[in-house]
Design a protein around this ligand. Structure first.
Ligand code: WQD
Length: 336
């Protein structure tokens, strides 16, 4: 199939492009390169020995999006493009709603106009809010603590209502848990700009000596060792989950948790990283981070039953591949 991938130069988008190309699909990427770089797409082509089509454009630009649909026969869309920093969203709510919601509406109406009925949407476990774990697709969502999470909840609602009005639509809403790691080659991976918000890229930068120590945000949660518990999933497992969702899509709206189904605490991740890579990660316990919940992990039975997909790579593989990328990654100062 010919698949349009918005945000395809980003962390999860680029890994999904690798899996799509390896599965024999053709890929058309649109990305504004605000939070990604062109070099990543070159590496995707190098890794797969396949070509892809790239347009530098914003996913909120309706005229430009329309032109892409006119230039290509598109069989399906995977929509990654969007802002995703929780803390930043609290400071810039209007930018988050504008970018994340308008891009979803622009893309969905273009699909409707051009008769493209397969849509896979990049959602997030954040939409569950501080629910009882394990999170299951049928549970009622609770308010999230931030505009980023709300933009994902509202985008899910937009797509659900569009599918009610257009019975040809086949839509998958994929709720990611905590994507970490990198392609085993170490050529592509997670390269956040500035100080990493997320745990794993912060740990790899401590291991590299770029950061002095890890600040552990609280050890007084009601969890196995007091630190936050999350469901980490290898980004290549996540990428393969997108291909499985796309290839098994049927009419209507289908929600799937994409996680490992296992909870790992911050201390457990530190120890796994140290054992997998033979390094020491110095850390200091500091106050809890505002908005954090104690535990988040998935019930993953639905994706296994309906998509025949489950995460295969364990926490040590995630730590090894994350470290392998960090060691190979050369900071690219890109003139913005
Ligand atoms: C994981 C655990 C922290 C950093 C967020 C978004 C989610 C998704 C993934 C987009 C928590 C602890 C972290 C640090 C720490 N993003 N931690 N020191 O918050 O679960 O999820 O990123 O889709 O939507 O909410 O991920 O990696 O930030 O935190 O102790 O320097 O590590 O308290 O327990 P989170 P995270």
């Amino acid at each position: 199939m010919n698949i349009l991938v918005t945000g395809g130069a980003g962390y999860i988008g680029s890994h999904t492009c690798v899996s799509l190309l390896e599965a024999g699909h053709s890929v058309i990427v649109i990305d504004n390169l605000n939070n990604s770089n062109l070099e990543t797409l070159e590496k995707v082509k190098q890794l797969t020995n396949k070509d892809l089509t790239f347009y530098q454009m914003d996913a909120t630009n309706e005229a430009a999006i329309d032109q892409v649909f006119l230039n290509h026969k598109i069989d399906g869309v995977i929509h990654f493009a969007g802002y995703k920093a929780v803390g930043e969203s609290v400071k810039k709510p209007l930018e988050y709603y504008q970018n994340n919601l308008v891009s979803t509406m622009v893309l969905t109406s273009a699909c409707q106009r051009h008769g493209v009925n397969r849509i896979v949407f990049s959602s997030s476990a954040t939409v569950y809010g501080d629910n009882q774990v394990p999170f299951i697709e049928t549970m009622n969502l609770l308010p999230t603590t931030n505009p980023y999470g709300e933009s994902k909840t509202i985008s899910e609602r937009i797509l659900t209502d569009a599918a009610k009005a257009n019975t040809n639509f086949s839509i998958a809403l994929l709720r990611y848990f905590n994507p970490v790691g990198a392609h085993e080659s170490g050529l592509i991976g997670e390269a956040p700009n500035g100080i990493p918000n997320n745990l794993m890229p912060y740990v790899t930068q401590v291991a590299k000596g770029k950061r002095e120590k890890l600040n552990v945000f609280g050890n007084d949660y009601p969890t196995v060792d007091g630190t936050g518990v999350r469901d980490y999933i290898h980004v290549m497992d996540l990428a393969e989950g997108h291909v499985a969702a796309l290839e098994n899509l049927t009419e209507g709206v289908h929600i799937y948790n994409l996680g490992s189904g296992k909870g790992t605490s911050v201390f457990e991740l530190i120890h796994a990283f140290e054992e997998a890579n033979g390094v020491t990660i110095p850390y200091e316990i500091v106050d809890r981070r505002l908005g954090d919940i104690a535990a988040s992990y998935a019930d993953v039975s639905k994706a296994k039953l309906e998509l025949g997909w489950e995460a295969k790579r364990d926490i040590k593989a995630m730590c090894r591949d994350a470290w392998n990328f960090e060691k190979n990654y050369v900071e690219m100062t890109i003139a913005k």
